[in-house]
Design a protein around this ligand. Sequence first.
Ligand code: DGL
Length: 272
Amino acid sequence: MKLGVFDSGYGGLTILKNIRAALPHYDYIYLGDNARAPYGPRSFDVIYQYTLQAVRALFEKDCQLVILACNTASAKALRTIQQCDLPRIAPERRVLGVIRPTVEAVPQLTKTAHIGILATQGTVSSRSYQLELKNIAPDISVTALPCPMWVPLVEYGATETPGADYFVSERIETLLAKDPLIDTIVLGCTHYPLLLPTIKRHVPKNIKVIEQGTLVATSLANYLQRHVEQADKLSQEGTCNYFTTEQPENFATAAVNFIGAEQPQAFQIELG
Ligand code: DGL
């Protein structure tokens, strides 16, 4: 059995890269729903249906555990899938998200107890970060801001353009104007680390910018240590296969930017 990693598009590759660095011996399947990305502006129902289709497809490809390496899917679909679908379709398998592992790290990072979350419209409107954080650190003040142009910039490979500078600086300024006490900005979308050089140019040096990759990888490693019954089912040949709902050649070419390794072979898959 394998570990499945799902994202609406390329963003989850930033998570996969960190997970594979921490747990290189397992076998992975990555699925990007590039044909239907971005998910960010879509409704709850659509995101839930698309995510469930992807989880089912990964189960059919023998994934024991699926990571929703997409904040929007984690925010809008994870709970329903865990509570309503899994008991019915695959009670022995597991689906995990990326928001909880990120939120758990936040209290150690902020000194002012004021943080900013940059994410998609879907994640921001779900208030998932605020709700999770309220349980573990109710005193932290959270300002969340959607960045609707950032995912298209990443999906279209336009991260180092004057347009990217414009849209990044505008969002950072708006966030810091809303709460000047923010000392930590969480990139609550797996696509955003690809804009990191641009983001860092516009964020004051005293403010930390947090990526999720290592947080999610560490949390998964802990999970597998605590859940030996899941870990024992995983094969360990160190392989990784890539599936996309778009053209596999385009995926393979673009994916190089995200995983920083040689061009992977990708296969097309239909969801639905
Ligand atoms: N990468 C996804 C996230 O972490 C969503 C991007 C999108 O499809 O809008 O939220």
